[in-house]
Design a protein around this ligand. Structure first.
Ligand code: AKB
Length: 318
């Protein structure tokens, strides 16, 4: 990859992926785009305000910057998608289709994340296999499964170098996620640092896969740089790092922030989604095909999150 175009760069993943990629490939070689202006991303390298549904403008940008890789991070997440399913389909699939068409027309590699949300209630919950039943019951999940199929179709039909991972809930401290079912696992750290009571929207025993942002960023680059001859799968790889339920997470946080107060107020939409997702993925294909290995666990992540979110509080940013 020499010149990378990022769609949806201002979100939870993009706001950290852009500086991470710029550190590896050089500031001028990572073109960040978002539908909203972003002064932070613009300060360090190329940034363009563009609607990812505008195929013509994306094509012009790909030519201007001689793009050879497109990372599509545009998505309405699972809980928001249930509030407006037709909008979620239009945005999620529209941005993906444009990214894949750029891949075909400009001979660019395409990365687009899938999710644990691609699975549904009939999927085996524990050690969820790489290749298994995928019948999600959310619009977000329907988009993710469709996206995986389209990614493989563009690879076999047009030779586009499409690659993807099924991300767990991603925990991070730069930009808050919005509208996801796993957001609680980020928000609770902010409540712990601010000394506020945390209202948990999913029940205490519901397990889901989670991953700390530094592992997520590394997984993207390692997959995109992997030897294509070794990839038996492409769209998408199970990747796992840790699996916990709310009560395990709160227990881990209380080891370091004992005053954390939590109350449960179940959000029926998020609860139903959380119950329909796997407890823990089997990521052995990612491990054997391109060497995936997580570095962060619940305790090390919790230490780092409390420190980083604490620094934000000291600086008056939260
Ligand atoms: C969500 O909760 O919708 C996302 C995801 C797991 O894909 N964080």
């Amino acid at each position: 990859m020499k010149n990378i175009l990022i769609l949806g760069a201002g979100g939870q993943i993009g706001s950290e992926l852009v500086p991470y990629l710029r550190g590896i490939y050089g500031d001028a070689h990572v073109v960040a785009t978002d539908v909203k202006p972003n002064e932070v991303l613009k300060a360090a390298g190329p940034f363009e305000v563009v609607d990812a549904l505008d195929a013509k403008r994306l094509g012009e940008l790909a030519d201007t910057y001689r793009i050879d890789a497109v990372f599509n991070l545009v998505a309405l997440l699972s809980a928001t998608g249930e509030k407006n399913p037709t909008l979620a389909w239009r945005i999620n699939m529209g941005a993906l289709t444009n990214a894949l068409e750029l891949g075909r027309e400009k001979k660019a590699a395409v990365f687009t994340p899938s999710s644990i949300g691609a699975f549904g209630p009939s999927t085996p919950k524990d050690k969820t296999p790489q290749d298994t039943v995928m019948r999600p019951n959310t619009m977000y999940g329907v988009c993710k499964v469709s996206g995986e199929l389209l990614g493989d179709y563009y690879h076999t039909r047009f030779g586009v170098d499409t690659r993807s991972v099924r991300f767990p809930g991603i925990i991070s401290n730069v930009t808050l996620p919005g509208g996801g079912t796993t957001d609680y696992a980020v928000e609770v750290y902010y409540a712990a640092v601010k000394g506020e009571e945390f209202v948990c929207p999913v029940s205490e025993g519901v397990y889901m896969d989670m991953m700390y942002m530094p592992d997520a960023l590394r997984s993207i680059v390692e997959l995109m740089e992997a030897d294509p001859a070794k990839l038996k799968h492409r769209n998408s790889f199970n990747v796992a790092a840790m699996s916990f339920c709310p009560s395990k997470l709160f227990e881990a946080i209380r080891k370091q922030a004992p005053s954390l107060k939590v109350r449960y107020e179940i959000d029926p939409v998020k609860e139903q989604i959380a119950q329909s997702w796997p407890n823990m993925l089997d990521d052995s294909c990612a491990r054997s095909e391109w060497g995936w290995k997580p570095e962060w666990d619940l305790d090390s992540m919790t230490r780092d999150m409390l420190e980083k979110v604490g620094e934000k509080k000291t600086k008056g940013l939260i």
